[in-house]
Design a protein around this ligand. Structure first.
Ligand code: SF4
Length: 345
């Protein structure tokens, strides 16, 4: 190793900057002796930065974050922070949402390639054509979508507030729900609406195997199955409880059961186990042998990339003002309805 702790030769930094758009992150080798936890804490203070992390991030990142939450909680934190810099340990659409809410602040994402299969399943140009077929409908979009999709929407929702958002719309008003067809189908059943659904899905939540969950349930009859509403209908039908990431976390704390089979991204198990060390959490198995219930996009962020992005303030989320303003309106509507419904914030 030819570098001292904390000291990176300028030439390496220049090279990493040059390759940033191709690599998606600052690709600089770090001294393994560098205490990344302490360095990140130091950078937070020096730069008046807040570190927001999604529950699906790796445990090390969750442990160093100022706030850990699901999409709704993260958007609410981003809306009210007084920090000068927002470092978003999550995926691209989340950091974009923070930028939409905070145009004057610097918003950083450790790896620009941390995307989202669900957001990718709704290209805005195709959605525009789809929307034109239903001129009397309003559009409610799940927050897991691009800024361009948000700009085409009337209200944004998350899995925590979707029901309240839909209930706030008069019954006679027709609705398009995008981009997640599984969440949309679940909400149609719950609210009795007949929303038109865009045919998008999340690669992680679609992968759970009902057969394997059933087999697990036979082996652990005392376990309750809990699932995120992005899962397929058959998995949801087998669940004892369905809820957003935060609702699942609360449920495992409050319910008397000692064991849970968890059908959502595995990152949440870290907080579940921390909050209830006496309980057992079993990740629901995917329908093949790989670790496909880990979101490959979320897991692109690492402690090293996080440290480098805070130190050199790259990669940064930038956005055209016209797009930002158009995407802001439906997010603000969501935050207002959530607040009125008493959903945090
Ligand atoms: S878990 Fe699914 S919805 Fe969430 S970021 Fe990953 S791909 Fe997107």
């Amino acid at each position: 190793m030819d570098i001292n702790i904390g000291e990176i030769p300028k030439i390496k930094i220049a090279e990493a900057r040059k390759n940033l758009s191709r690599r998606g992150f600052l690709d600089i080798e770090l001294d393994p002796e560098l205490d990344l936890f302490a360095e990140i804490e130091k950078l937070k203070k020096e730069k008046n930065a807040i570190l927001l992390a999604h529950y699906y991030q790796e445990p090390d990142i969750q442990d160093v974050a100022d706030y850990i939450g699901d999409s709704l909680g993260l958007a609410q934190q981003a809306a009210k922070t007084s920090a000068d810099m927002i470092v978003f340990a999550g995926v691209h659409f989340m950091a974009e949402t923070a930028k939409i809410l905070n145009p004057k602040k610097k918003v950083l994402l450790p790896d620009l390639k941390a995307g989202c299969s669900l957001a990718d399943s709704a290209p805005s140009e195709l959605f525009k054509q789809f929307k034109a077929r239903y001129p009397n409908h309003i559009v409610i979009s799940y927050i897991n979508c691009t800024a361009e999709m948000k700009a085409l929407s009337d209200i944004i929702c998350t899995s925590s507030n979707a029901e309240k958002i839909i209930e706030s719309i008069p019954g006679e008003q027709q609705i398009i729900f995008a981009p997640d067809k599984n969440l949309g189908g679940f909400l149609n059943k719950k609210t009795g609406r007949n929303m038109i659904l865009w045919n998008g899905a999340c690669m992680v939540h679609e992968i759970f195997s009902l057969e394997k969950i059933t087999r697990l349930k036979v082996r652990h009859p005392e376990s309750k199955v809990i699932a995120h509403p992005e899962c397929e209908e058959a998995v949801l039908a087998a669940a004892d409880y369905i809820g957003s990431t935060t609702q699942l976390l609360k449920y495992t704390l409050q319910d008397a059961s000692k064991s849970f089979i968890v059908a959502t991204e595995t990152g949440i198990l870290h907080q579940m186990q921390k909050n209830a060390p006496d309980k057992t959490f079993i990740p629901a198995p995917p329908n093949n042998a790989c670790a496909c219930n880990d979101c490959p996009h979320m897991k692109l962020n690492t402690l090293e990339k996080l440290y480098l992005c805070m130190k050199y303030e790259l990669p940064e989320i930038l956005m055209e003002e016209e797009l930002r303003k158009a995407a802001l309106k439906p997010i603000l509507r969501m935050l207002d309805i959530s607040k009125a419904a008493g959903l945090g914030g």
